[in-house]
Ligand binder design. Structure first.
Ligand SMILES: *Cc1c(COP(=O)(O)O)cnc(C)c1O
Length: 730
């Protein structure tokens, strides 16, 4: 047992400890001193965590397993450095000064290639922590607080450094958490009662996964990572680029990160933001985006000013075994906000770290109605003046409120352009323009501007969505009485296959998701594909429906799914997709169809069924579904089996589609010439659940400021783009 945690002296309370670490006069000097000595080898492994989290024992186990020297800061460094016992030191100088002295001692620790167990209070000294971060990787043993309290009781430790008299142990542990949270490179989520052997195993495994160099990203169509070093792509590269140079989509190399049931259990009591950090940090290497920054970005993205709901994406019970995850509480009322409040921060971070300070980026976006608004809001809030946004929307293919949401958007570097065609045309135009080398040269030469995409073809756009599928499961465990580990189904109205792909990622991460139910409207090309293996665009015409966000035939992210299903057979993917480009179809082998069917169930829904679902659900439960969610509900009903709960992704707020929702629930009512504000009033008078969305009321009062509409002509759109870039950065 480390002695200094046991001090008996009456000294600092939590506040004075905080003051002490903020008084950085000394540490500044020490910091400069240290920097001038040059950088050390960053090859140590530091173990950090509360007293009683097992750092010393785990350190010894790790030393054995990795064949490295083991240093325990308390026992091996402090006592010899001070020439007195830690308890005596504490007695002599008191708690505040102790933290300073301890930090200074740590600054003078010289070690290489060692496993070093920090004291529980080391992280409260900022300069010392900076020093250790430069000389090694910091691993945080994140142990449940009540486990620690139990362990400390068993060790007869009743007070730790910084704990004032009368302050319960659990409170000081909670207070200490912030110092650990801000200082780790790698978190080890320890399970309830997990043994130290098991924790050491986990660390060895995670170190294997996280060893430098960081994860690389490759294209679904060729193995970029295996080429020369310059072909290696980092997280930041792929966020900036969007689409791979070979027109494939970026994928992270290596196995999917996993959660054990015990680790998922640890996520239960946490907030959405805290869960998001623990999920996303498993995907993103700390050298690409440090968890400290990632945590800040998450808090920024999912603040109450952007999501008008404490739970961010609450799970609500609909009826029987059906639940809805309400994904529409963000600023633009669709699930697209989930990714687009975070992704622009990834983008800005990547811009700041990868590019010289003059490079500009134009984000080119194709929208089926909801992405556009979400991109405009997210980039306006979270990206700087070097980023502009241009949105292409199908002029006839979106709802009046969706259109107004985008065309009323003001801002210096914003362009919103209607196209006299459908979403598929807009999306393929974006891909064409982005991969047109002449355009790239011209923009770079004249304006120092590069192009990128913020559709779900961008990896940074997809990743944040993984989080809510996991939190929906956790919320279900918390509220519905199912036990951790019991299976659920997720049902997802699908267009571009982004949302359902991230549900697949959640499943691969170890979340007990039995089946993914893919729901389409009459644009049902995916039903044929998952049934027969044939993806056939020939003689297919996109049909306009009342669920326009899924009026899509070319589902981009299906390519990523096929990549995973073929275990990364990029040659095969490339062949299929060039055939699709050339001949308009491809067919995958039967074994693959079977493999896909084990995971994905698929069906489609007619317009009439969609309308009835809105009407019936409203009559029976008082809940008003948006048309996309209604498509999900129809298909979920068809696959409903036994008691297994099904969570339907409620992808948009009904207010965005007020007209169609209104006419669906008033079957015989002819008053369809109502304007949006009147529609909102009429709908409100029926007192539906959920309430009207908090931003849409303002939108309907606005006037459009963007009025440009282009023909279905790539050249015309390119000219519009050039004009816009010139206006932004002349
Ligand atoms: C974008 C969107 C979808 C489709 O999501 P994908 O990720 O493209 O499959 C479904 N519903 C709504 C309301 C949307 O905005």
């Amino acid at each position: 047992m480390t002695v200094h945690d046991v001090f008996k002296q009456r000294k600092p309370n939590m506040l004075s400890a905080l003051k002490c670490f903020k008084a950085t006069g000394v540490s500044q000097a020490l910091r400069r001193n240290f920097v001038s000595r040059g950088t050390c080898l960053k090859n140590n492994i530091f173990l950090m965590g509360s007293p009683g989290s097992g750092k010393t024992t785990v350190g010894r186990l790790l030393g054995d397993r990795l064949g490295k020297r083991v240093i325990d800061v308390d026992n091996d460094h402090l006592e010899s450095y001070w020439n007195m016992s830690v308890a005596d030191k504490l007695q002599q100088v008191g708690g505040d000064q102790f933290l300073q002295d301890e930090g200074e001692a740590l600054l003078n620790l010289r070690a290489e290639d060692s496993i070093i167990s920090l004291s529980g209070s080391n992280p409260m000294h900022p300069a010392a922590m900076e020093h250790i971060q430069r000389t090694g990787m910091v691993i945080f043993l994140d142990v449940q607080h009540d486990n620690i309290v139990d362990r400390l009781e068993r060790m007869k430790v009743n007070r730790i450094v910084g704990q004032g008299r009368g302050v319960p142990m659990i409170d000081i542990l909670k207070y200490r958490q912030q110092f650990y949270e801000g200082n780790y490179d790698l978190r080890i989520l320890c399970e309830d009662g997990e043994t130290q052997e098991s924790i050491a195993d986990k660390i060895v495994k995670s170190l294997g996964e996280f060893k430098s160099p960081p994860h690389r990203y490759t294209s679904t169509r060729s193995n970029l990572g295996k080429g020369s070093a310059e072909n290696h792509k980092s997280f930041c590269d792929v966020v900036l680029e969007g689409l791979a140079p070979d027109k494939g989509l970026y994928i992270r190399n290596g196995a999917f990160p996993k959660f054990t049931p015990g680790e998922l259990q640890r996520l239960l009591p946490l907030s959405y933001q805290e869960r998001a950090l623990r999920i996303l940090e498993k995907w993103i290497h700390p050298d690409d985006l440090h968890p400290r920054l990632l945590g800040n970005m998450i808090n920024n993205a999912y603040s109450l000013s952007s999501f008008n709901c404490h739970k961010v994406f609450p799970l609500v019970h609909l009826r029987g075994n059906q639940y809805l995850m309400e994904l529409f509480h963000g600023p633009t009322a669709s699930f697209k906000d989930a990714a687009l409040q975070l992704m622009p921060q990834f983008f800005q971070h990547s811009l700041d770290t990868k590019e010289d300070s003059n490079t500009r980026y134009l984000i080119l976006v194709a929208t089926s109605g909801d992405t556009g608004g979400a991109v405009l809001d997210g980039f306006a809030k979270h990206a700087g003046p070097r980023v502009g946004v241009m949105v292409l929307y199908p002029n006839q293919g979106i709802s009046p409120i969706q259109k107004l949401q985008m065309t009323s958007m003001t801002g210096d570097r914003v362009s919103v352009v209607g196209v006299e065609s459908d979403f598929d045309f807009c999306q393929s135009t974006v891909k064409k323009i982005i991969s047109n080398p002449d355009m790239a040269d011209k923009l770079l030469e004249s304006f120092g501007c590069k192009l990128s995409a913020a559709n779900s073809i961008n990896w940074g756009r997809l990743l944040p969505q993984t989080v809510y599928h996991i939190t929906a499961y956790l919320d279900l465990v918390q509220t519905s009485g199912i036990k951790m580990g019991e299976m659920v189904d997720l049902c997802i109205p699908t267009g571009n296959f982004g949302n359902i792909l991230t549900a697949f990622y959640a499943r691969e991460m170890g979340v007990p998701i039995h089946r993914l139910i893919l729901a389409s409207n009459v644009n049902n090309i995916l039903t044929e594909f998952f049934t027969t293996g044939r993806y056939n665009l020939r003689n297919q015409h996109l049909r306009q429906t009342i669920s326009p966000a899924i009026d899509i035939l070319k589902s981009s992210n299906l390519e990523r799914f096929l990549y995973h299903m073929t275990d990364g057979d990029f040659d095969q993917i490339k062949e299929w997709y060039s055939q699709l480009d050339k001949d308009g179809h491809f067919t995958v082998p039967t074994e693959l169809v079977n493999k896909m069917q084990d995971i994905i169930k698929v069906d489609w829904c007619s317009e009439e069924d969609c309308k009835s679902a809105m009407r019936d659900t409203f009559q029976e439960t008082g809940y008003l579904l948006d048309p996309h969610t209604a498509v999900g509900k129809v298909i979920a009903d068809r696959f409903n089996q036994g008691d297994r709960p099904v969570v339907i992704a409620s992808t948009a707020h009904y207010g965005k589609f007020a007209q169609d929702v209104y006419s669906a629930i008033n079957k015989d009512d002819g008053r369809l010439d109502l304007n949006p504000a009147e529609l909102f009033e009429e709908l409100g008078a029926r007192h539906p659940r959920p309430a009207m969305h908090w931003t849409l009321g303002n939108v309907v009062e606005k006037a459009p400021v963007h009025r440009t509409v282009c023909g279905a002509d790539v050249r015309e759109i390119e000219q519009e783009l050039e004009k816009f870039v010139e206006k932004c950065w002349r």
